[in-house]
Design a binder for this molecule. Structure first.
Ligand code: ZN
Length: 653
């Protein structure tokens, strides 16, 4: 019998975070050329780290460097409470790529005193401090300390509060000196409703006002963030030489050209080539991709992931994709909003080999790109679910007491034990492979019509599409689930999460803000309310504790279908008022009493509500001529060790 090596998944815990390790099964059996390609792309994935820090707040890089100097050179007592609190603060900043919580976007408040940091800084040799030219230590302190210690100064990275000037009240570094209405006017003037294939305006630039003129600072070689982008391009050019095929070679060439010019038309060309390349075994994302960090949802944060295909698990998503047309035709949405022909829904399960930028350390488990609306409707999109990361999450959470505390009864626990891993993955597959790619906008609908509510509505649409079909007999017919009861595990998990347990991520007194969380609460609360008279789903009390009980799974499915139809209508028609009303009514507000109860129950479990990953380390082995003859992978590096190494070796800005 083959002996199975016991793998450790948990690396460390601090604040509300747990750092895990993921493994890269199959790397050793890649060809030398593929390993080399992964290595070069991994380097490119790490070179953009500083870009994200700067995008997340204009003081982030200087604060990180100051704190790292203190951390490395501190002369005092490292076992003191103040130093320990300092260490936690720095670890949180590494995790969040800045001084704001990666999920809630609120500024971290240090658990140590201003006095402690001031003494520690003044105790250091000035040569290790990140001073600007001619800057004194005192000046640096008076510049940075208020940003660290004053809770009212730049308190939030992304503010989504309805009615505020979202640009001026958000600390994200995408705008400088402009108001929300000026930014909106700037881009409204660029948009031309007659252009059938519009670029994603504003995607790769910072918007500033200089001498009264509003203009873009474009992120490209020779523009903003040039030093980091040059390094990214250096590695991409090396990757180009070991590309697997012509199509992938072209993808990398176009990406380089885009980084050189900042031309969003070339980015669209690149995106199309990238989504068409489904034959390459190794694949990657590297660029300004997702817009969640911009309060107006236009400007993209930098991210990267390098991966290769998980052949066995991909058979599952290929089955789903092959039947995309059937799913589109049978969906409960109005015929006018359906695509006549669902094109290019490609799907695969991948093994992540390197995470960078906005995908590190906190990461996504499914990705569907590109984001451009016209490209998606004309050329389709590429969908992946990341098998080895999901696996690490599942393995790390076994036996942690969560289900025992929150799941209603034995029947539900058995369901989850039996099916939840599988149906969870399947829901992600359906969300990414079919959900985002389904449906269409009515002619003339502005793709940005839903503004700040767009992301929530889009995620709700994809989630509902998946939920609706999980319970379909087609799942059993296609051999994707073992029997007709399996879907109930995901229904229960989803409702429990949306109604209750995801609130462990929210501070007392705060509202739900992040798009995926709003979407889950919207769906769960809407179904709870709409099914109330029939007792489809109930919140029941037992021994003073609240539980979710689902009485009628089939009718819950009907409710998911009804809501899917309405959400698709809102999206297709660009009905901003309806989007605002449904999101604000169901997705945002938190029941304070229930929230307090959940936090208290959760606290007793001593679990971390957020998780992220350290990356493996790749080391090329070279012969005397400098040719790579092998690439080794290792999993020994610790969290602080990795962060400090990245700050030393990839500090480009
Ligand atoms: Zn999604």
């Amino acid at each position: 019998m083959k002996e199975e090596k016991k793998l450790a998944y948990s690396v460390e815990r601090f604040a509300d975070l747990e750092v895990l390790r993921y493994y890269v099964p199959g790397f050793e059996s890649l060809s030398l050329r593929q390993k080399t390609l992964v290595y070069y792309l991994s380097q490119a994935a790490l070179e953009g780290r500083d870009i994200l820090f700067d995008q997340n707040g204009k003081y982030n890089l200087r604060i990180r460097r100051l704190l790292e100097s203190v951390y490395l050179h501190f002369n005092g007592e490292r076992n003191s409470d103040e130093f320990r609190a300092f260490e936690v603060y720095l670890k949180r900043i590494w995790f969040a790529n800045g001084i704001y919580h990666h999920y809630s976007c609120d500024k971290f408040m240090p658990g140590f005193s201003q006095n402690f940091l001031e003494n520690a800084v003044k105790d250091l040799d000035v040569s290790v401090l990140p001073l600007r030219e001619n800057e004194t230590v005192e000046e640096m302190i008076s510049d940075l300390f208020p940003v660290i210690f004053d809770p009212s100064l730049y308190p939030k990275r992304v503010n989504q509060a309805d009615g505020d000037d979202l640009v001026q009240t958000s600390a994200a570094n995408y705008y400088e000196g402009v108001s929300q209405s000026e930014a909106e006017a700037f881009y409204a003037a660029m948009k031309d409703a007659n252009v059938a294939e519009p670029v994603m305006y504003g995607l790769n630039s910072r918007l500033v006002k200089e001498n009264g003129v509003v203009k873009e600072q474009v992120w490209k070689i020779g523009g903003m963030y040039s030093a980091a982008i040059e390094k990214i391009v250096y590695w991409l050019r090396k990757a180009e030489e070991v590309a697997e095929n012509k199509s992938q070679h072209e993808v990398i060439c176009l990406l380089v050209k885009y980084y050189e010019t900042g031309d969003l038309k070339i980015f669209d060309e690149y995106s199309i080539e990238w989504l068409k390349d489904t034959s390459s075994f190794v694949d990657f994302v590297n660029g300004f991709i997702e817009t969640y960090g911009d309060p107006l949802g236009m400007k993209a944060s930098w991210e990267s992931i390098v991966n290769f295909k998980d052949v066995k698990a991909t058979a599952r998503t290929e089955t789903i994709s092959r039947h995309a047309q059937w799913f589109e035709e049978h969906s409960p949405v109005d015929e006018r909003f359906k695509k006549e022909k669902v094109t290019g829904v490609s799907a695969k399960v991948i093994t992540a080999a390197m995470l960078g930028g906005d995908l590190y350390p906190s990461t996504a488990i499914g990705i569907n790109l590109p984001n451009s609306n016209w490209i998606r409707s004309k050329h389709g999109s590429k969908s992946v679910t990341i098998g080895n990361l999901t696996d690490a999450y599942n393995k790390a959470s076994r036996g942690n007491g969560f289900r025992e505390e929150f799941v209603y009864g034995e029947e539900e626990k058995d369901l989850l034990e039996k099916y939840a891993d599988l149906t969870g993955e399947l829901h992600t597959d359906l969300h990414e492979c079919l959900g985002h790619g389904s449906g269409k906008l009515l002619q003339g609908t502005d793709p940005d019509a839903l503004k700040a509510y767009g992301s929530t509505i889009e995620e709700a649409r994809a989630d509902l599409f998946g939920l609706y079909y999980l319970a379909d007999d087609k799942m059993v017919d296609l051999g994707l689930v073992p029997d007709k009861n399996a879907y109930k595990a995901e229904y229960y998990t989803y409702m429990l999460n949306g109604l209750m347990t995801q609130l462990v991520r929210i501070e007392p007194g705060c509202a739900v803000e992040e798009a995926h969380m709003r979407n889950r609460q919207l769906i769960a609360r809407w179904c709870l309310e709409q099914g109330k008279s029939d007792h489809v789903v109930e919140m029941v009390k037992r021994d003073g504790k609240t539980f979710v009980r689902i009485n009628d799974y089939e009718r819950l499915r009907t409710l998911f279908g009804r809501l899917l139809a309405e959400i698709q209508r809102i999206k297709s028609e660009g009905d901003f008022e309806a989007a605002r009303s449904i999101v604000e009514q169901y997705g945002v507000k938190v029941d304070a009493v229930l929230h307090a109860e959940i936090l208290e129950r959760y606290r007793k479990l001593h679990l971390a509500p957020y998780k992220g990953f350290v990356n493996p380390v790749y080391s090329p082995e070279k012969d005397e001529q400098g040719n790579i003859v092998d690439v080794r992978i290792s999993y020994e590096e610790g969290y602080a060790e990795q962060m400090l190494r990245y700050s030393r070796d990839y500090s480009n800005l």
